[in-house]
Structure formats: C-alpha cells, structure tokens
Design a binder for this molecule. Sequence first.
Ligand SMILES: [Zn+2]
Length: 180
Amino acid sequence: MPEIRVGYGFDAHRLVEGRKLVIGGIEIDFPLGLKGHSDADVLSHAVIDALLGAARLGDIGENFPPTDPKYEDISSLSLLELVKIKLANTGYQISNIDATVICDKPVLGDLKELMAQNMAAELEIDPWQISVKATTTEGLGFTGEGKGIAASAIALITEVVSEEEEEEAEPGYEGEYEDE
Ligand SMILES: [Zn+2]
C-alpha cells in the first residue's frame, strides 16, 4: 500500500497601506495589502506549509528564508512551484488540499474558485483536487477588526508507487489460471 500522509499549514499577515493585496495568486482591488517579504500571499503560504509538513520537509521559513534577497517580493505562486518540485523529489504526489481564508473583508466570493485554479495550475494538479473556502470571525480578533488576514490549509499526499512495485506488493494470479 502506498504511504498516505497529511500536513497542516497556518499563516497570517498584517494589512497595511501601500501594498498590493494578493491571495491565492489573485490581485484583489482593496485599499490595503498584506505586509511581508514576498508578496505575502497568505493562502499560498498556508498551502505551502501544509505540503511541506505532509512530506516532513520543514516549514516555509526554513525552505525560503525571509533573509534571502532572492525571495523579496517574489510571487508566492512561484514558491508553490518550487514546493511541487521538492515534493516530487521525495516521491509523493498530492491527493488533495483544503484551505480556508479567514477575513471579514474583502468578501472573496467567486474569487475563491479562481484562487483554486491558480494554485492547481502551479502545482500541476486538477482544480478538483484543491478547495478554497472563506470564513469570517464576525468582527472578532485581528481578522475581524481588519488588521490582518489569516489562512489555514490541510494537504493529503500519497507515495508514488511504480507499476512494478505495485505488482510486487500484490502477488498476481500467475499459476492460478494455468492450462485453461
Ligand atoms: Zn506568509
């Protein structure tokens, strides 16, 4: 049986003036943007941490250090692409991802589907394998007060098993149908 592993990610960024608001690779028309070393795409970051965690590859900060100038203002979608490669190198493939963006504003509505499609394209998976949801905290806490946006994600990954290995694992029927 191929090994199945689960990973969890959480992220939050502060909303500030003078920054673009990018969530799930989509630039959203909003007076404030998320502060961070990269584009501060909170949703992509939570998904990245879930995938890295599932494969026991450390966290986003260890893999893409904020002290490294090459990640300054980088699109987090390209970080997702790097994670896709790391995951493939460890011999796992993505089964599915479920993510939630936590903010009272902006209202994400139809953008959620576009975010899922964007991230799926970068990870080279079917959009059906990634779900993006949104929730509010009804005015409570930093997300409710509009001071920041948070996101959480869970990812399931499955060991890639070659056809030969699969055959070895499940002894075939050679011999049972002899001399018919
Ligand atoms: Zn982040």
